[in-house]
Structures are given as structure tokens and as C-alpha cells.
Write a new protein. Sequence first.
Length: 140
Amino acid sequence: MRELRLPEAVAEDMVAHCLEGRPNEACGIIASSDGEVVKVFRMTNADASPVRYSLDTREQFAAYEKLDQERWDLAGVFHSHTRTDAFPSPTDVREAREDVPYIIVSLAQDPATIRAFRIVKENWTDAEGDIQEIPVVVEG
């Protein structure tokens, strides 16, 4: 993937969800159809923490069912960093389990910053991986 193209409405929805989640990190997934991002699934941060996130498993299962029903693809996983830059933390790398872009919305400055990364691991249970930035283009 050379770049992640986000419609302006999708980017705004992700940022709004992250702002509403403060002081905790917020999280969710995005879906695509034919390579176009079409939907944000806002999810509850099951960790309810300002420094960690995990997708609520029931919400994640429901979102994956919707992906199957609509024949959409998982286009990325997003979460916020409430006080730090939009760059994967060691915890983000350790917990990465999907071969999709990981999108980080940094609320450390105004306006928020959106960056995306692919985390490449030999095995998904590995604690470390290679972080590759994917340019984000907000369209609209």
C-alpha cells in the first residue's frame, strides 16, 4: 500500500471519536469497499485507559460480522494518543495482530494529527516488529 486515502468525513469521524474519548485513548476500525474507505466503526476502549487501548471484543465481533455482510474489507485499526505523537509505542507494536494499517490520531496538538503505519512481524505473537509509515491523504 503506497498511501491510505481517507475521505474527509471519515477522518473527521475518527478525530471526533478520539476527542470524545478523552481522557482515555479511543479506538475503532475502518472498512473499505473496492479499495475506498467507506465506514468508521467507533468502539469502546475495553482498557478504559489514557495510555492503552483494546477493542471491545463484542463490538469487534459485531463489526467483523458487518464487514462480512457488506463484503467490505478491514482497512485499518485506529486509536488515539492523548498526549504523545502519532507514532506506534512499544505496546502498540507488541499488541499488533492484523496485517492492516494502524492509524494513530494524536491529540497532543490542535488540530489532531493522523498518521498510519504497517507493523510487520515474522510472527504475530512477536513482541517486536518493523514499523513502516504509510502516507495518509485526507480527501475532500
